[in-house]
Design a protein around this ligand. Sequence first.
Ligand SMILES: CC1(C)c2ccccc2-c2ccc(C[C@@H](CC(=O)O)C(=O)C(=O)O)cc21
Ligand SMILES: [Zn+2]
Length: 330
Amino acid sequence: PGLRVDPVGADGPSADVPLVPGGVIRHKHGYMRRYFFPMEPVPVILTDTNLVKPALSWNLEYLEKNLGDGDFSVFYSKDHKFKYYDQAKYNDKVVPDFTPPMSQATMKFSEFLVKFRQWKHGQPRMYLQHPLNDSVGKAIKDDFLAFNWKWLESVQKEHNWGNLSSNLIYIGMEGNVTPVHYDEQENFFAQVEGFKRCILFPPETFECLYPYPVFHPHDRQSQVDFDKPDFESFPKARHLRGFECVLEPGDVLYIPKYWWHHVESLLGAGHTTSINFWYKSGPLTQVEYPLKPQRKVAMIRNLEKVVTEALGNPFEVGPLFEALALGRYI
Ligand SMILES: CC1(C)c2ccccc2-c2ccc(C[C@@H](CC(=O)O)C(=O)C(=O)O)cc21
Ligand SMILES: [Zn+2]
């Protein structure tokens, strides 16, 4: 069975953690959850961008003092996984037995901190997500203005990215996991406090990660549960190979759009604070051959949408693609 890990959080030893199902791996800063697939190091972590240098002083006390008294959205999960779902796509005709895997509450930052600090293992975990907008106090605004925008803008121009779509701050508990998924935007992910393990897979891993149908609330998320893989339903998951890194405060990780990523806050290393910078895609470039895997994923998504709309019933999509392909293309 898994090791019993008794992490010493930032605020001293916390209660015994429940058994970590698959066991843990010791890291210099804490513990990482053990998964079934091999990994090699992420080749590049940006350590000298100074992208969010002013934010390196954003400990929880500073944030409480300066974040302002806006309303903050906090997500709760009964287990360690915060599996994103799109409430708008949730209709019980398409997905009859869908149960939202996490709940959401809004609260003042001070209320969040009280709950965050008195949390004990076994209670629902919390993950705060908030847009860095003008609801924040002046000190935070000044820090934000002192981010290395010059560097960001030079990258944005050089790679013909679209506009910055959002800056969000995330505050998570040690051991929190954001299960593997992809986003359709370029992302500079900046680690501010604590240690986050990021496991990345290139876009062509689509075939081994079996994303939910586009119309499912878990669109863009993988159906493969890294804690309990179902190799009967998802046999190609056996071939998974990931790139992993553990981000430290000040590190920036470029997560290219359509790249799968699993993110976890190390066990036994205290809470984590991160800021991400999402960019819309730039103007559609000339289609070049051979097609990049990202473009194939975008094509698959479009086909799913067109066919589902045309059939008017998501349950007919599989049979139609089967009729199209079996014995003719496969
Ligand atoms: C789990 C959470 C709070 C959440 C709840 C409900 C809806 C959306 C999200 C959401 C989206 C992005 C992140 C940040 C990051 C993962 C990580 O750092 O944990 C990541 O995936 C990225 O930067 O692309 C985290 C979350
Ligand atoms: Zn993401």
